[in-house]
Design a protein around this ligand. Structure first.
Ligand code: UTP
Length: 284
């Protein structure tokens, strides 16, 4: 019953961060000094997951390379006696984790990206994480709680949070009956939204979703939507909302990315005091 594989769809265009994302994938943008995709893999490791499936595109080789060994760099750091940096570089992929990359030939939507992982995931229940939703939760983290719920009850789950009604058009929105999800709708206009509880980038899904996605027609925005695939499964599966503790930063937006950088900088004792002093000086 335990979830041992996570899919990271990282084949999107990242158009909101152009020109930075012309050659650098959005998921490689750093939060202080760690790329978003590495923070996601670290959260997956804390959830006990061992297999990571990256769904990439032709322009995203840097992500695969980031999790590969870099012999040249390691040799240079070893020769120069830079032991601390050497361990940092060697520890990019947490011990015991394995990365497989598959290609999404065209950015046809998040649902299509998840479908591309089918040959690796096979008939296992699995997790999906969107690295640009950075969730700062108490340890072991948001995904670990969702994986534990699945181990305890067999339930699938979607991470959710309340959003202002005027923002429902940016999210998948859920309807609940008690603690079960009864409906999901992708990007509803505020007046049509059944609630203001939005899905954010963590999912625990059954393998049956692949059959649904295989035959899915394009939905909102002309894309094959993961939300539409989930909607088709709700009758036959127990889907629960997971209201995580802590804060989510939407690092796919400039403001969210800046806020996450600030929050992470304040966690670093070497940065916190000078950053606070600089802010006080500039805000007064
Ligand atoms: P976004 O909606 O953030 O789109 O995708 P995007 O293309 O990455 O960024 P913008 O809107 O152009 O700035 C949510 C997640 O789904 C992945 C993205 O990589 C991101 O992790 N995705 C989206 C795919 O892997 N393939 C797709 O076809 C679409």
């Amino acid at each position: 019953m335990s979830i041992d594989v996570v899919v990271l769809p990282v084949a999107g265009l990242g158009s909101r961060f152009l020109p930075a994302t012309k050659v650098v994938p959005k998921e490689m943008l750093p939060i202080v000094d760690v790329p978003l995709v590495q923070l996601a893999v670290e959260e997956a490791a804390r959830a006990g997951i061992r297999d990571v499936v990256l769904v990439t595109s032709a322009s995203k080789r840097a992500i695969e390379d980031h999790f590969d060994r870099s012999w040249e760099l390691e040799n240079m750091l070893a020769t120069r006696g830079r032991q601390e940096l050497l361990e940092l570089v060697r520890g990019v992929l947490p011990a015991g984790m394995r990365v497989t990359a598959v290609r999404q030939p065209q950015a046809l939507g998040l649902g299509h990206a998840v479908l591309c992982a089918r040959p690796v995931v096979g008939n296992r229940a699995f997790a999906v994480m969107l690295p640009d939703d950075l969730i700062d939760s108490p340890a072991p983290g948001c995904l670990a709680d969702m994986v534990a719920l699945h181990a305890r009850t067999g339930a699938c789950s979607l991470a959710v949070e309340e959003v202002p009604r005027e923002q429902t058009g940016r999210y998948g929105i859920v309807s609940l009956a008690g603690e079960r999800i009864t409906a999901v709708v992708e990007k509803p206009a505020p007046a049509q939204a059944p609630s203001t509880l939005a899905i954010v980038g963590r999912y625990v899904l059954p393998p049956d979703i692949f059959d649904v996605l295989e035959h899915a027609a394009p939905g909102a925005g002309g894309e094959i939507q993961l939300t539409d695939g989930i909607a088709a499964l709700l009758g036959g599966h127990d889907f629960r909302p997971h209201r995580f503790a802590g804060v989510r930063y939407d690092c796919g937006s400039k403001l969210g990315h800046l806020q996450a950088n600030m929050a992470w900088a304040f966690k670093d004792p070497a940065l916190a005091a000078p950053l606070r002093a600089w802010l006080q000086q500039h805000l007064s």
